[in-house]
Design a protein around this ligand. Structure first.
Ligand code: NG6
Ligand code: CA
Length: 516
């Protein structure tokens, strides 16, 4: 009898082990800013070294067809959070300094889904999705709604981007280190006639880094910014210290939550302008500060990986590395990115970059690494940052409520590198606002400028026609427009694009949300 009892206890123990053999992993999404397909060693860069990200790729799955959903920051981040194409919601283009919250409380997000699954949820780094309500963020009071109202337990943020004011950190609902005697003011026009700006010749002559277009309003840390701000001096950051701060805050947060599954978005500000890496990274490459900022980002990744090793969390943590849009050289500052480019090809073999719906705008580095669970290798499955919400919901057993995350596909098997996994069979690419759109189906891709405003750089303005059609299998660089040769295919794809636009969702209702 006693032996039977012992056997039963042992059997139950084994059963328990079997059920929990793959408990919910910690998840860290590292989203780089303006990092292109060709910017990393593991994606073919030869002019700079990125050993830590390369290691992540060799320990995990490196995608050759990984995408972000838009070619600028705000819409990609909106879709990462909500699993919804940004073009469906007007006002989701690049957010200005005083933008209010673009994602309203009550919206289902990647964070709310994981929070419900019992995760600690945090975001550290760039936000750029607005804070507060109309008439604008209350910088001296409580900055809500924000991340904490849509599923995050904690946030430590660069509220917009590093080229926009205010140049302060936001922690949970407040500006960190704000002295009430020195209130923070943020606005769209000069607060007083004598407010120094990057336009004033005397001020401009002394700038640490000169601007090339825009970025000539309030000057902070010797650099002109977008927007005006005054006050909050004790709360202001130095560009050189941003990366160190993200790493430090992230590691402290991970340490605090190491005994519970955690979900962290590490939203780096590198490689976004103004590129001012820490002094110890300045000059580390021959490519100028753009290259040095990539090396700084690589260092950040190494620090996170090392912290996980130290905490013995390596095999229980799934890291997904991606970018928010493709590369740009001169994005408003004279930092040598163009003159020192040499042989480096930021977008790899692809056409276009940031702001564009050619491949270079959204086909970006994408690595999925979970040591001990994901078989290392290279994947050619089509995956997109918009799919992380549904895929992580599937991994953690969360049902997505009706109408939530309407464009996010459960690509869990592909992200985990399972045999026979499938990737996306269609993909939408959007620029800043969804006025032009591209649809990829298999190897064919249509670019539609039907609703685009006449911008000189767009090809249709140069006489290419409102539609472009490419076969990426034989023309990955999108050079040979086949629109006139294949009118039926063009028409069929435009109809499919129109259907996705008007239907309000693109995830089939039957989509399987189960853990494979
Ligand atoms: C543009 C800015 C650019 C960058 C971008 C947003 C000018 C002339 N250009 O309007 O510098 O800030 O917005 O970049 O001001 S993103 O990666 O955050 O989307
Ligand atoms: Ca960006």
């Amino acid at each position: 009898m006693r032996i039977k009892c012992i056997l039963l206890v042992l059997a139950l123990g084994f059963l328990h082990e079997a059920v929990h053999a793959t408990p919910s992993p910690n998840v860290i999404v590292i989203m780089a800013d303006d990092l292109g397909y060709g910017d990393l060693g593991c994606y073919g860069a030869t002019e700079l070294k990125t050993p830590n990200i390369d290691q992540l790729a060799s320990n995990g799955l490196r995608f050759t067809q990984g995408y972000c959903s838009a070619s600028t920051c705000t819409p990609t981040r909106f879709s990462l959070m909500t699993g919804k194409y940004a073009f469906r919601d007007p006002g989701t283009g690049v957010a200005p300094p005083n933008a209010t919250a673009l994602i309203q409380p009550g919206t289902e997000t990647i964070a709310s889904l994981l929070h419900r699954a019992g995760y600690a949820t945090g975001i550290v780094g760039k936000w750029h999705l607005g804070l507060g309500n109309d008439p604008g963020p209350d910088w001296n009071g409580s900055l809500e709604p924000g991340p904490l109202e849509i599923g995050f337990d904690h946030c430590f943020l660069l509220p917009t981007t590093n080229d926009r004011v205010p140049c302060v950190f936001v922690e949970d609902h407040r500006v960190r280190n704000l002295d009430p005697k020195d209130p923070l003011w943020v606005g769209n026009s000069k607060p007083s006639p004598d407010h120094p700006t990057g336009m004033d010749p005397g001020v401009r002559a002394k700038l640490k880094m000169d601007w090339s277009h825009g970025h000539n309003q309030t000057v902070h840390n010797g650099i002109g910014r977008i927007g005006f701000f005054t006050g909050g001096h004790a709360a202001r950051w130095r560009d050189e210290d941003l990366a160190d701060t993200w790493v430090q805050e992230s590691i402290q947060w991970i340490e605090r939550h190491q005994n519970k599954p955690f979900f962290l978005i590490f939203a780096a500000h590198d490689i976004h302008v103004p590129r001012i890496p820490h002094e110890r990274f300045q000059g580390r490459t021959e490519l100028g500060f753009r290259g040095d900022a990539i090396v700084e980002l690589d260092w950040c990744v190494g620090e996170l990986v090392e912290a996980l090793d130290r905490l013995k969390l390596t095999e229980s943590t799934w890291i997904i590395f991606c970018s928010d849009n493709g590369p740009v050289l001169d994005d408003g500052y004279q930092d040598g990115a163009t003159t020192k480019l040499g042989k480096h090809t930021p977008a790899g073999p692809f056409r276009g970059g940031k702001y564009s719906i050619y491949e270079g705008g959204t086909r970006t580095p994408f690595i999925s690494c979970w040591p001990g669970t994901i078989e290392p290798g290279v994947s050619d499955k089509i995956v997109c940052t918009i799919d992380l919400a549904a895929s992580l919901a599937a991994r953690t057993g969360q049902k997505i409520p009706p109408n939530a995350c309407p464009d996010s596909l459960n690509l869990l098997p592909a992200l985990l590198g399972k045999p026979d996994a499938v990737g996306r069979d269609f993909l939408i690419q959007q620029p800043n606002r969804g006025t032009s759109l591209a649809l990829r189906v298999g190897d064919w891709k249509v670019l539609s400028y039907a609703n685009a405003r006449p911008i000189k750089s767009l090809t249709f303005e140069k006489g290419e026609g409102r539609y472009e059609l490419y076969n990426l299998a034989c023309d990955p660089g999108e050079r040979q427009n086949l629109a006139t040769q294949h009118p039926e295919r063009l028409e069929k794809m435009l109809a499919q694009l129109e259907a996705i636009k008007t239907s309000g969702h693109s995830r089939p209702p039957s989509a399987d949300q189960r853990d494979p």
